[in-house]
Design a protein around this ligand. Structure first.
Ligand SMILES: Cc1cc2nc3c(=O)[nH]c(=O)nc-3n(C[C@H](O)[C@H](O)[C@H](O)COP(=O)(O)OP(=O)(O)OC[C@H]3O[C@@H](n4cnc5c(N)ncnc54)[C@H](O)[C@@H]3O)c2cc1C
Length: 414
């Protein structure tokens, strides 16, 4: 049994084109979605299986893909014209539709090369303003260096309070001396710079450290369940000097900077979930229209018709949430609650769709490669890649806590 779903060189029809209406989106955003989709079809689709199924290695960072994203001008989308960006009216909407389109073929690439690089690192430098923004953002736009965003540590990630954070910066002449360990840091095996959260006295600060400085050591990449092209590793800082000019924003204002970038990153994780969920949906619904049992297509059984109708509804809800959050952000509103909702809905929907898509496709869904017919199947990778969305950039329980605080107030929720 073969299907277009099994061949990474062809693609099943996109259900989103017929089920989902872009009518509420600004024309600018629709154009960017088309541009990003054309890029993903051309660059990611032919190598998606290799990207998503190759285990992590120190030399596995895909500089070719990183360079292609930069050369296509996709790193221009989030930022203003003064730093080489496009100066869009709706930069967050543009950024998130790019994230969804990249995730359609590779959630790991979308998370590492767009959510981490453009939203977390670029977003932090953008809001920092001053010299750091002027000096480093044009280089991010041109794809001159890979960067990391580091808040997590071996003993702290959900809890980013000064009491929990162990990475410490102490005063030195003209700057700070940094000591500590950051864990799970995306892109760190390839990164030239890292924006990191550290303790300065009894407060937290964000600083930009040079990964090539003596005293910075990066471990071998972690071996993970999924998102293989998203390389993560420990970074150890031993007496690393950070000049005063590399403090992001104000000394002691670090947590606020980190949390505002993470708020945008959460919408990004929602968009990643929508992208991979759409791909799983497209692959499975294409396959079950052709695969027959008892002489009739699997799709002719009402069980699967209802199941996929429900999942399509969930997917549309998840997409609408991240787009609405982005729109509110671009209009200057407070998008934090929508960002938490979008993150939870996008990540949970991706996990649900991946599980059901595999069930509907049976063994073909469970397989990565069928040796006898040399078929490559993508659902196994999507199933592995989906899970982390529920955990990182603030576990979903924390997002629900944020929403609950809005409902009940902090006196009750804590
Ligand atoms: C692939 C990958 C990439 C990553 N990239 C980065 C990166 O680039 N930079 C970075 O700084 N970090 C990164 N991380 C770390 C990631 O953000 C953390 O794993 C995440 O924040 C959760 O923290 P933790 O794993 O320490 O879990 P913990 O904080 O130990 O929490 C474990 C679980 O406890 C539960 N929990 C926690 N608090 C509550 C609560 N109040 N109520 C109910 N349940 C709760 C949640 O279910 C949570 O999943 C990455 C991780 C992975 C796996």
């Amino acid at each position: 049994m073969t299907s277009s779903a099994a061949d990474p060189g062809t693609a099943p029809r996109r259900l989103s084109d017929t089920l989902y209406s872009d009518m509420l989106l600004p024309p600018e955003t629709i154009e960017i979605r088309n541009e990003a989709r054309a890029f993903a079809d051309r660059v990611l689709r032919p190598i998606a299986h290799e990207l998503n199924c190759t285990p992590e290695r120190a030399d596995a960072f895909r500089f070719d893909v990183f360079k292609a994203i930069a050369d296509a001008g996709l790193y221009e989308i989030p930022y203003g014209k003064d730093v080489g960006g496009r100066g869009l009216t709706y930069p967050t909407l543009g950024t998130l539709v790019v994230t969804e389109e990249l995730a359609y073929y590779s959630p790991g690439i979308a998370s590492a090369m767009y959510d981490a690089q453009a939203i977390l690192v670029g977003g932090t430098l953008n809001s920092a303003g001053g010299t750091l923004r002027r000096e480093f953002l044009p280089r991010i736009v041109r794809g001159e260096f890979v960067a990391s965003f580091a808040t997590s540590e071996p003993e702290a990630s959900t809890d980013l309070s000064p009491a929990a954070i162990r990475t410490v910066a102490t005063r030195a002449q003209g700057g700070w001396t940094l000591n500590g360990v950051k864990r799970w840091i995306t892109n760190s095996p390839a990164a030239e710079f890292v924006v990191l959260l550290c303790r300065t006295g009894d407060q937290l600060s964000m600083m930009l450290a040079n990964m090539r400085d003596p005293g910075v050591k990066v471990s071998a990449p972690d071996l993970k369940m999924g998102n293989h092209p998203q390389l993560t590793a420990d970074i150890t800082f031993t007496n690393v000097f950070v000049p005063d000019e590399h403090v992001v924003g104000a000394v002691g204002g670090g947590l606020r900077v980190a949390l505002s970038s993470l708020m945008l990153g959460r919408m990004g994780i929602g968009a990643v979930g929508v992208g991979m969920g759409q791909r799983a949906m497209d692959v499975a619904t294409d396959y079950i229209q052709h695969r027959k049992v008892y002489g009739r297509p699997i799709a002719s059984f009402q069980h699967w018709q209802f199941r996929f109708a429900e999942l399509a509804t969930e997917l549309e809800t998840a997409r609408s949430l991240y787009l609405k959050g982005a729109y509110v952000q671009d209009r200057g509103g407070d998008a934090s609650i929508l960002a938490s909702m979008a993150k939870v809905k996008g990540s949970e929907t991706a996990v649900d769709i991946a599980r059901q898509a595999i069930q509907a496709c049976g063994a073909y869904g469970f397989a990565r490669h069928i040796s006898g017919s040399n078929e490559k199947w993508p659902l196994e990778a999507i199933y592995r890649d989906a899970k982390i969305g529920e955990i990182y950039e603030g576990a979903n329980e924390i997002q629900k806590w944020i929403v609950a605080r809005q409902i009940f107030g902090r006196t009750i929720t804590g």
